[in-house]
Design a binder for this molecule. Structure first.
Ligand SMILES: C[S@@+](CC[C@H](N)C(=O)[O-])C[C@H]1O[C@@H](n2cnc3c(N)ncnc32)[C@H](O)[C@@H]1O
Length: 265
């Protein structure tokens, strides 16, 4: 891959998604785009750049799906789900049943994050008595498809406590666990670019924006945290990833402990 082609691809990735692909990501770009090149029957990166530029309407989506990193797992950073169960859900119960409850998993990948939220909620409150919805969004259309299906290898869920495992239908023959319909029905999966416009009118009580801003530069992060604050109700909560911080990024949140923030204004 010529330096010039790498630069064209990284510029494109940044413009579309905000993802910064530095020189240390050259191998990643090489291996992921090589797959597209083979699939399209092209000969080299230069041809791919040309193809991407002239077939933007169809190829941009495939390109973006190729460059995103989708690592995730059920109950990843489990202290967030403990905080949800022990601090936030009791507040919702006190508020009464008439107030809608809205939660956003804003870079949901293949779905373990929104499903972990749904399972936590289902196990700690009588969901059907509340107007509660979870929105799960991601830029990558392939991961959203997996999220909507809600079918995971048993190895992804085997470590979960028995009580949580009851939220999956086990299929030993095929080695998968399928999320049960009562959990699935709490979640709506939609495609959304965090850098684009957001169609949601309602504000959220809780936003999970975890392990995605690490791929963005500081300016993009600052702008995004400002928009996330606007999209939260006053007193709403923001969860971010373990290697991310709001320190020096936003003054609109108060820290509530490890990577948990509450909107102050
Ligand atoms: C490492 S995964 C994190 C998944 C989950 N939040 C977690 O912590 O386990 C990062 C996700 O961010 C998504 N992503 C990257 N850039 C995005 C953007 N501009 N808008 C929305 N999602 C984006 C990727 O597609 C990927 O699924």
């Amino acid at each position: 891959m010529a330096e010039e082609d790498f630069k064209r691809l990284t510029a494109m990735a940044y413009d579309i998604s905000g993802i910064v692909l530095g020189d240390h990501k050259k191998e990643l770009v090489y291996s992921r785009i090589s797959r597209r090149i083979r699939k399209l029957g092209l000969e080299n990166f230069s041809q791919y750049c040309q193809y991407l530029e002239t077939n933007q309407a169809t190829e941009v989506n495939e390109f973006v799906n190729s460059i995103t990193t989708n690592l995730t797992s059920f109950f990843r950073e489990s202290h967030h789900f403990e905080y949800l169960a022990k601090e936030i859900i009791p507040q919702w119960k006190k508020q009464g049943r008439s107030k809608p409850i809205r939660i956003w998993s804003s870079a949901c990948s293949t779905g373990p994050e929104p499903y972990s939220i749904a399972i936590t909620i289902k196990k700690n409150m009588s969901v059907s008595d509340y107007d509660l919805k979870i929105l799960a969004t991601d830029l990558d259309s392939d991961v959203l498809k997996k999220g909507r299906e809600g079918i995971y290898p048993l190895s992804d869920i085997e470590q979960l406590p028995r009580d949580y495992l009851s939220c999956f239908q086990r299929k030993e023959a095929t080695g998968v666990g399928m999320v049960k319909p009562d959990i699935k029905s709490l979640i709506q999966f939609n495609r959304l670019n965090l850098l684009g416009s957001w169609p949601m009118k309602a504000k959220f009580d809780v936003i999970f924006c975890r392990n995605v801003v690490i791929y963005f530069n500081k300016d993009t992060q600052k702008e995004l945290f400002e928009r996330l604050a606007d999209q939260l109700v006053d007193g709403g909560y923001l969860f971010i990833g373990h290697s991310e911080t709001l320190h020096g990024m936003s003054t609109r949140f108060e820290s509530k402990g490890r990577t948990i923030y509450q909107k102050v204004r």
